[in-house]
Design a protein around this ligand. Structure first.
Ligand code: C2E
Ligand code: CA
Ligand code: CA
Length: 753
C-alpha cells in the first residue's frame, strides 16, 4: 500500500505539527519488523488509509534482522520502526536496536518495541541507552492504540528531525560563513552563497541566481542606473546569464520576485520559488532566487533567515573590500586609474609587447601653473579643471589608457601613433569651461617610447618623468622625448646630489672657497675678490660649480650650501684682517632661493655680527636673469639687504634682457658685464662688432643709472684696453688672477706689493 499519491485529504487533517506547511507532503515511512507475517497484516489492516500529523503513511516490511539492516541502509529516512523484540532468538531484537543506533548511526528514527509475551519487558537501561520510544505488547495492535503510539512517535521524530536539521544547518552556516568571508570578490562570494544555500536546503545548485545593484563607489554617480540589477552569480541553467542585466531574463516571474524582495526588503516565499533578501549598505542589497520545487518547511525558512543575516555581514565585507580595491586603483576625483593602476597597465603592456611589435608610448602630462590656478580660483574650481581635463583626455581613442598619477599630472599609455605629442597638446587648444568663464590651460609633456623607457612600469614612469622635468625646465607648454642618455644623466645627478648633501652634513667636507681678485681699471689697485665655491668629491673628482649649483638650487640644498659659503667667506675676511690683509670687498654669489628664504637675511646679519664685518664690505652678486624672473620679490629682498648696508651687483649682465624700467627699480650698486661680451672684445677686427657695442652700451647704461661697472672674464691686454677706453670701472679675469685658494690668494696679494 502506498499513500504517497494521496494528497487531497490532507486538508482534513486535524493535528498538523505547529507551523507545518500545508502542501504536498511526503508520507511517513513506517517500518514493521516481525518474523510473523500475521503481525504485518494486522498492522496494515489497522492503519489502512490513516493520516497522521497531516501526512499519509508508507509501510516498509522486514522479516529478519538482515532484511531490516539492508532496508535501512537504502532507506535511512524511516520515521518509526515497529520492532518485534523476540524474533529468531531472545537477543535478536535488542541486537537489531544496537545495530540501528550504533552501526547504522540512525539516531532520529523512533523505535517502538513490541513483544508477544505480556510478561517480557526489556531492561530500563536498554530503553534509555538505545533511545527506545515505546514498548507495547502485540495484544495492543488495535487501531486506536497504534494511532496513539505512532502519533507520539512521529511527533517526537519530527521534533528530533527539526533539531538535527537545524544543527546541521547551523553547522553549515558557521562553516560556510568562514569560507565565504575569505572570498573578497563579489562574484566568488555570490557563487559561494548559491552553493551554500543549495547545500543547506539539500537542493542541487540548479535554478539559482543572485542579483545585485552594480557596485559603485559611494561618493560617485552610479555607473548603472539605480534600477538596473545585474546577475552577479548563477548556477545550473541560469549560469549563462552571469553579468547580464536581470531584465534580460525572459522569466517575468523571477524578475518580479527578485524586484519584490529588493523593494520590500524581505524574503519572498512562494509555492515552489523563494527569493531571499540580503540587506547591505551603500545600495548594494542583493537578492537570491531559488527554485525549490516545493514550499520550504518552517525549519528551512528559519535556517535561511539565520543564513541570510550571517551572509549580509559577509556581503558588507565584500563591499568594503571592493571599495578599498577601488580606492587602491582609482583616483576618486576623476575615477581614472591611479598611479598604481597605471604602473600595472604598463607592466601588462610590456608583457604583451612580446607578441605585439607595435610601438607604444608613455606620456606624462603636467598642467602648467596648476597650483597657481588652484590658489587663485580655489580648490573646488581646481577640481573642476582636473575633471574637465580628464574628460578631454577621454576623447582619445579607446586604445589609450588615461590615468591620473598625481595632483596635476595625467598619464597616457597607448600606441605611439595615437600619442603623437603635437596632437596631445592640441587637445588643450580650446579653452576649458570653468563655470561661466572659458579658461585657457596649457600643459607640458614628457614622452617616452615604452621599448626604451624601461623594463617595468615603475621604471617607465620614472624615465618619462625625467623627460617631463626636462620639458618643464626647457619648454613649458611643449614636450620632451625621453632617451636613455637622460636617465644616465639623471642617475648621475642623483648621485651628485646625495654626495653634496653628505658633504654638507660633514661641515663642508670637500667644499672650499676660491677667491678671484677684482681690480680698479683706473689705477689697478685691488678693490675686492669674488668668492667662488669649489667641490672635490671623496673620490678625488672635482665638480665644477655650474654642475652642482643648479642641482642644489632645484633641490633646496642651496640654502645650507649658500649659508656655508656666506659663513666661510666672512670667516675668511676676519682671518685676513687678523693677518693684516685688508680686502676692501668680498663678492658672494647668491641664488634666488636664498634671497627668497626668510632666514637668509637674519643669518647674514648674524654672521656679520659674529665676524665683526662691516656690511659695506660685502657685495651680493645676483644674476640678472634670476633678478628679472621675479622682479618684485628680488626688489624687495634686495632692498632689505641694501637697507642693512650690503652692496649689490647684478651678475652676468647683458644676458638677462632686463627692461630698463625694471633695472631702474632694483636697488643696485654695480653691473657686472658678462664675460661673453668681454670675450667678444678679444680680436682687434671685432672692435666695431656687436660685442663691443654691447659692452659699451652696458658701461654707458650703468653710468647713466649711477652704477659702477665691472667686467668679468678679462683675459687679454686688448680686452683690458678696450674696457678702459669704454670707461669701465673695474675688472676681474685670468689676466689678473685666477680664482685661488686662500694661501695662493695671500701670496698673490703679497707679490703685487
Ligand atoms: P660667475 O658668478 O659668473 O663666476 C664667474 C665664473 O667665471 C667663475 O667660474 C670663474 O672661475 C670664471 N672666470 C673668472 N675669470 C675668468 C676668465 O678670465 N675667463 C674665463 N673663461 N672664466 C673666468 P666658476 O668658478 O666655475 O663658477 C661658475 C658659476 O658658478 C659662477 O658664475 C656662479 O654663477 C656659480 N657659483 C660659483 N660659486 C658660487 C657660490 O658660492 N654660490 C652661488 N650661488 N653660485 C656660485
Ligand atoms: Ca659671480
Ligand atoms: Ca658672472
Amino acid at each position: 500500500m502506498d499513500a504517497q499519491d494521496d494528497t487531497l485529504d490532507i486538508i482534513e487533517d486535524e493535528t498538523p505539527v505547529a507551523g507545518q506547511e500545508t502542501g504536498r507532503q511526503e508520507a511517513w515511512k513506517i517500518l514493521v519488523v516481525d518474523d510473523d507475517p500475521e503481525v504485518h497484516h494486522a498492522t496494515l489492516f489497522a492503519l489502512e488509509d490513516t493520516q497522521l500529523l497531516g501526512r499519509p503513511l508508507a509501510f516498509r516490511h522486514a522479516y529478519s534482522a538482515e532484511e531490516t539492516e539492508a532496508l535501512l541502509r537504502t532507506e535511512p529516512d524511516v520515521a518509526v520502526i515497529l520492532l518485534d523484540v523476540v524474533m529468531e532468538n531472545e537477543q535478536a531484537g535488542l541486537n537489531l536496536v544496537r545495530l540501528i543506533r550504533q552501526d547504522l548511526g540512525l539516531h532520529d528514527v523512533r523505535i517502538v518495541l513490541r513483544t508477544g509475551q505480556p510478561g517480557y519487558a526489556p531492561e530500563l537501561s536498554v530503553i534509555r541507552d538505545y533511545d527506545i520510544n515505546d514498548y507495547k505488547t502485540k495484544s495492543e495492535l488495535t487501531r486506536t492504540r497504534l494511532v496513539t503510539t505512532l502519533t507520539t512517535a512521529l511527533r517526537s521524530y519530527e521534533q528530533i528531525r527539526t533539531i538535527s536539521a537545524s544543527r546541521r544547518g547551523l553547522d553549515l552556516i558557521v562553516r560556510s560563513a568562514a569560507d565565504l568571508f575569505a572570498r573578497r570578490v563579489l562574484k566568488g562570494f555570490a557563487e559561494g552563497v548559491l552553493t551554500q544555500i543549495a547545500a543547506l536546503l539539500g537542493l542541487r545548485p540548479e535554478g539559482l541566481l543572485c542579483a545585485q545593484h552594480e557596485p559603485c563607489a559611494s561618493n560617485a554617480a552610479p555607473a548603472v542606473p539605480d534600477d538596473e540589477l545585474i546577475i552577479v552569480a548563477a548556477a545550473g541553467r541560469y549560469a549563462p546569464c552571469i553579468d547580464a542585466p536581470l531584465d534580460s531574463l525572459h522569466d517575468g516571474h523571477i524578475v518580479a520576485l527578485i524586484r519584490r524582495a529588493l523593494n520590500e526588503r524581505c524574503h519572498q516565499f512562494g509555492e515552489d520559488y523563494t527569493a531571499l533578501f540580503f540587506p547591505c549598505p551603500h545600495g548594494r542589497d542583493a537578492a537570491v532566487f531559488l527554485e525549490t520545487g516545493v514550499a520550504l518547511s518552517e525549519t528551512d525558512r528559519t535556517l535561511l533567515e539565520v543564513f541570510c543575516v550571517n551572509i549580509a555581514v559577509g556581503l558588507e565585507n565584500v563591499g568594503l573590500f571592493n571599495d578599498l580595491n577601488f580606492y587602491a586603483y582609482a583616483d576618486p576625483l576623476t575615477r581614472l586609474p591611479n598611479r598604481v593602476a597605471f604602473v600595472q597597465a604598463i607592466d601588462d603592456a610590456l608583457r604583451e609587447q612580446h607578441d605585439d611589435r607595435q610601438s607604444r608610448s608613455v606620456v606624462l602630462l603636467d598642467i602648467d601653473g596648476f597650483s597657481e590656478i588652484n590658489d587663485a580660483l580655489g580648490h573646488q574650481q581646481g577640481d573642476q579643471l582636473l575633471l574637465a581635463v580628464a574628460q578631454r583626455l577621454a576623447s582619445l581613442p579607446e586604445q589609450v589608457t588615461v590615468a591620473r598619477v598625481s595632483g596635476d599630472v595625467f598619464a597616457l599609455l597607448g600606441p605611439s601613433a595615437l600619442l603623437e605629442p603635437g596632437r596631445t597638446l592640441e587637445l588643450f587648444a580650446q579653452p576649458f569651461q570653468l563655470g561661466e568663464t572659458p579658461f585657457l590651460v596649457s600643459c607640458t609633456l614628457g614622452v617616452a617610447d615604452l621599448a626604451e623607457a624601461g623594463g617595468s612600469g615603475l621604471e617607465a614612469i620614472k624615465n618619462t618623468n625625467i623627460a617631463l622635468n626636462r620639458a618643464k625646465v626647457e619648454r613649458r607648454g611643449g614636450y620632451h622625448l625621453y632617451c636613455s642618455d637622460m636617465s644616465n644623466a639623471a642617475r648621475e645627478r642623483l648621485l651628485l646630489h646625495s654626495d653634496l648633501r653628505a658633504a654638507l652634513d660633514q661641515q663642508g667636507l670637500g667644499l672650499s672657497l676660491h677667491f678671484q681678485p677684482q681690480l680698479s681699471m683706473v689705477d689697478s689697485h685691488l678693490t675686492g675678490a669674488e668668492a667662488l665655491i669649489r667641490w672635490q668629491r671623496t673620490d678625488g673628482s672635482r665638480i665644477p660649480p655650474d654642475r652642482f649649483i643648479s642641482l642644489a638650487e632645484r633641490s633646496g640644498l642651496i640654502i645650507p650650501l649658500g649659508n656655508w659659503v656666506v659663513d666661510q667667506a666672512l670667516a675668511q675676511l676676519r682671518r685676513w684682517e687678523e693677518q693684516g690683509i685688508l680686502l676692501p670687498r668680498m663678492a658672494i654669489n647668491i641664488s634666488l632661493p636664498q634671497l627668497r628664504h626668510p632666514d637668509f637675511l637674519p643669518f647674514l646679519r648674524d654672521c656679520l655680527d659674529h665676524y665683526r664685518i662691516d656690511p659695506q664690505r660685502i657685495e651680493l652678486e645676483i644674476t640678472e636673469s634670476v633678478a628679472m624672473q621675479e622682479v618684485d620679490l628680488a626688489r624687495e629682498a634686495l632692498a632689505r639687504c641694501k637697507n642693512r648696508g650690503l652692496c649689490i651687483a647684478l651678475d652676468d649682465f647683458g644676458t638677462g634682457f632686463s627692461s630698463l624700467a625694471h633695472l631702474h627699480r632694483l636697488p643696485l650698486d654695480r653691473l657686472k658685464i658678462d664675460r661673453s661680451f668681454v670675450g667678444d672684445l678679444a680680436a682687434p677686427q671685432q672692435q666695431e662688432s656687436a660685442g663691443s657695442s654691447i659692452a659699451e652700451m652696458i658701461v654707458r647704461l650703468g653710468h647713466t643709472l649711477s652704477l659702477a661697472v665691472i667686467a668679468e672674464g678679462v683675459e687679454t691686454p686688448e680686452q683690458q684696453t678696450c674696457l678702459q677706453n669704454l670707461g669701465c670701472d673695474e675688472a676681474q679675469g685670468y689676466l689678473y688672477g685666477r680664482p685661488m685658494p686662500e694661501n695662493e690668494f695671500v701670496a698673490w696679494v703679497a707679490a703685487r706689493r
